[in-house]
Design a protein around this ligand. Structure first.
Ligand code: THU
Length: 134
C-alpha cells in the first residue's frame, strides 16, 4: 500500500473518471448514481459504478465494482479511490465497502467528490478503525 501523495494531475483524473463513470451506473431502483475511479500502485486506473438488482440485496456499490475489476486483473495494491454521486453532500462508502476495501490496505486514500468537483480526502482506516481481520 502506497502512502504517496497524488499529483495534481492524478487528482484531476480521479475526479474526471469518477464523475464520468457515474453516468453508467445501473440504478433503476434507487436512482442514486455512483461512480468510482481507483488508482493502483502501478498507475493503472479502474472505474466502477453501482449495479443494482430486482433482488435488492444483490446490489453492488461502485467502489466494490472498481475493486473487483482491478483484483480480477491481478492488482492487489492501491493508492486512491474517488467516489462521485449527484448528491450535494459527500457520498461516504458503506460499511460493506469499507470492510471490502480495507482487506487490501488501510492507508487507501478516499476522495469524496461532489458534482461541483470539490472533494474531501479521507483515509480508509479513519473510516473503519479496529476493523475485523482473520
Ligand atoms: N452506493 C454506492 O455505490 N456507493 C456508496 O458509497 C454508497 C451507496 C450505491 C448503492 C445503491 O445502488 C445506491 O448507492 C443507493 O444506496
Amino acid at each position: 500500500m502506497s502512502k504517496r501523495e497524488l499529483t495534481k494531475a492524478e487528482i484531476e483524473k480521479l475526479i474526471e473518471l469518477s464523475i464520468k463513470a457515474k453516468d453508467k451506473a445501473y440504478c433503476p431502483y434507487s436512482k442514486f448514481h455512483v461512480g468510482a475511479a481507483l488508482l493502483d500502485e502501478n498507475g493503472n486506473w479502474y472505474t466502477g459504478v453501482n449495479v443494482e438488482n430486482a433482488s435488492y440485496g444483490g446490489a453492488i456499490c461502485a467502489e466494490r465494482t472498481a475493486f473487483v475489476k482491478a483484483i480480477s486483473e491481478g492488482q492487489r495494491k492501491f493508492v486512491a479511490i474517488g467516489v462521485s454521486s449527484d448528491a450535494s453532500e459527500y457520498t461516504r462508502p458503506c460499511g460493506i465497502c469499507r470492510q471490502f476495501m480495507i482487506e487490501f490496505g488501510e492507508h487507501l486514500q478516499i476522495f469524496l467528490i461532489k458534482p461541483d468537483r470539490s472533494y474531501l480526502k479521507v483515509i480508509l482506516k479513519d473510516l473503519l478503525p479496529d476493523h475485523f481481520k482473520l
